[in-house]
Each structure stands twice: as C-alpha cells, then as structure tokens.
Design a protein around this ligand. Structure first.
Ligand code: P6P
Length: 337
C-alpha cells in the first residue's frame, strides 16, 4: 500500500471526514515544511553557522540561541504569504506578527515555540517545535500588533489543531486536528513526513515520572507528597517502583509520554510563583494539553484543567502536570486535600 504522507492524511481528514478546512490543511502542511527546514538546520549542528548564542534576549528574558532566531524566522517566512493566517505569535517575539498588507489574511491564528529546549541545542540533545492553531475571532482588531494580542487570548479548548516536531535521532511530527493523535516520521530521502503511528493512546497507568528534582525544596506540599510516594517505590503507599526521566526539552519528555506513558510535571514553585510558573500557556501548555487529552491522557495545573484556562496575556505562564490520566487525577486529588 502506498505510504500515507501528511498531505494524504490531511486530505482524508478534510474530504472524508470534514474534520478540517482546506485552509487548515494548507496551514498544517506549511508548518510541517517549516519544521522540515528547522530539522535540516538543527541537523547541521557545528557544520552549519547556527550554533551558539544570538547575542539577544527574548521577551522571557532568556538568552536567545542563533537557532531560536533562525527557527522563528523560518516559521514566519513560511506562513505569512499563504493567505490562511491572520497573525502569528511566538515565544521569541514580544508582540504578535501581523500578516503584511501585501498578502491576503486568512481565518486562523498560529502560535508557536519555534525551538523548545534551547539549552540542549549545543549539546546535541533532542529539541523541538511546538505549535497551536486557533480561529481568528470575527471582527478582531488586527490594526496593530498591540491590538492583535487580544485575538489570541482564547482558552485551549478553542484550538482547532496542535502539534510538535521532535528533532531527535529521527524527526517526528505529532499532530491532532481534534480527531485523535497521529505521528509522522520525516523521510529525509523523499523530503516528506510519512504516517508511522495513528490513534496514539497514553496508558492510564505508568511507572515513569519527569520532573526537575533540583527544584524539590521549592515545591508545594501536594507535589512533595506525590513525588515522595513515587520515590518510596514498592515499600511505599503506591506499592510499585518508579523510574525518573528529565530531558530538559518539554517536547522530548512529552513525546516519550505520548509513546509509552508517564507523567510530566513543571509545577509552580516558590522560585517561580511570582511569574506563575516556568512553561508558557499559549504555545507550550495548551498545544501539549490538547495532544495529551486527544490521546486519552490528562493535563492539569494541579488545580484546574489546562485547556479551560482563560488567558489574560500572551506570554502567561502556568503550572503543567500532564500524562497518564490516573496519575494526573491522583496529584489533582492531593491538591484538593
Ligand atoms: P529546567 C526548555 O527551556 C523548557 O522550556 C522546556 O522545554 C523544559 O521542559 C523546561 O524548560 C526545562 O526547565 O528548569 O529543567 O531547565
């Protein structure tokens, strides 16, 4: 049977199921080609000109890597001419990027973290691109970048698509358009994404957790209790041994969970309380939460479902606890106790 490429999958979702519009199909294909270009740049490593610091800081106050800036530019350049988008927002830009007047505007908004896990770029550890698609509200004020921010402030339940590309030993694009989760592996010889997994399901139970243990002294009591019980292993209240993984790239940790289960935690802690957490809602937590829920998992701040959060500003941060449903439900119960 002929390989099912991303283009074929999207065409089937559009034609056979009416799950997506032609413009959304086009948008996702464009984003996938941008991810392919980023994969090529990332894959060059020291052979290219793109390792090291860019010499600038992003809106988060984080030093930008050259590949952060390059990846952001690749996504902007790929998406602004197509006529499917009204505006884009990125971790790397303070304000939304409006589609230039010389191009037609479309009905969608795109948010992205162009290269998540930047601290891992120079040490050859997996990194990734995360993206989320929203509908642009009717009559939204897109007269200026400042005015356009309001159009993006929609709860995660409003996302029409979400996905990530993980640049690891292979480049894999994981996607949902609200009809389950599918994964495509980049065939470098053909230069296209080929369907390699569909109907991804996160096991409800797990024995693997992902958290940065260096922050343990800052955690709130429910998180302290939850992690201590897993560390107690089979002699503790959970009666089983757990293992820990922490890549330092959300995309890599989430991809492992999408593939074999687990729970990922970046809680609000005493160190990050004033900022609301470490991870960003609009282009990290929300797209990953949509993917995880579409794969039968759960995504919570510990106190509320991430997808229900009504955003107040574009770069707002949030606690993220996501993965195997029974684990997320247990730690949420500890937060209610
Ligand atoms: P820490 C990468 O900078 C990131 O935003 C996520 O990809 C990752 O999960 C997290 O931060 C790592 O944070 O504090 O462990 O370096």
């Amino acid at each position: 049977m002929a390989q099912r490429t991303l283009a074929r999958y999207l065409t089937e979702e559009q034609r056979n199921k009416g799950a997506i519009t032609g413009d959304l199909k086009f948008l996702i294909e464009i984003v996938s080609r941008a991810c392919l270009a980023i994969s090529v740049a990332v894959g060059k490593g020291g052979l290219g000109e793109a390792l090291g610091e860019a010499g600038s800081d992003n809106v988060q106050g984080e030093a930008q890597k050259k590949l952060d800036v390059l990846s952001n530019d690749i996504l902007l350049d790929a998406n602004e001419w197509g006529g499917h988008l009204a505006a884009m927002a990125s971790e790397e830009m303070d304000l939304p990027h409006l589609v230039p007047h010389r191009f037609p505007k479309g009905e969608y908004l795109l948010t992205f973290d162009p290269l998540d896990g930047s601290s891992n770029i120079d040490v050859n550890v997996s990194i990734g691109t995360i993206f989320s698609v929203l509908k642009c509200p009717e009559g939204a004020d897109l007269s200026t970048p400042e005015a356009a921010e309001k159009a993006f402030l929609q709860a995660g339940t409003q996302q029409v698509a979400a996905g990530y590309a993980v640049y690891g030993p292979t480049t894999v694009l994981v996607l949902t358009v609200g009809d389950g989760v599918v994964a495509f592996t980049l065939d470098r010889e053909q230069g296209q994404f080929v369907l390699t997994q569909e109907g991804l399901q996160i096991p409800a139970e797990t024995k693997e957790f992902a958290i940065n243990m260096a922050n343990q002294r800052h955690w709130e009591a429910p998180v302290q209790r939850y992690v201590a019980e897993m560390q107690a292993g089979r002699d503790g209240p959970l009666g089983k041994d757990y293992n820990m993984r922490w890549v330092g790239s959300m995309v890599a940790d989430v991809h492992r969970i999408m593939t074999r289960g687990g729970i990922f935690l970046y809680p609000v802690d005493a160190k990050m309380k004033d900022k609301g957490g470490k991870l960003r809602l609009m282009y990290e937590a929300n797209p990953m939460a949509m993917l995880v829920e579409q794969a039968g998992g759960a995504a919570s701040t510990g106190r509320q479902r991430i997808l229900d959060i009504e955003p107040t500003h574009l770069h707002q941060r949030v606690a993220v606890i996501l993965g195997s449903k029974s684990e997320v439900e247990r730690i949420a119960a500890y937060h209610r106790a």
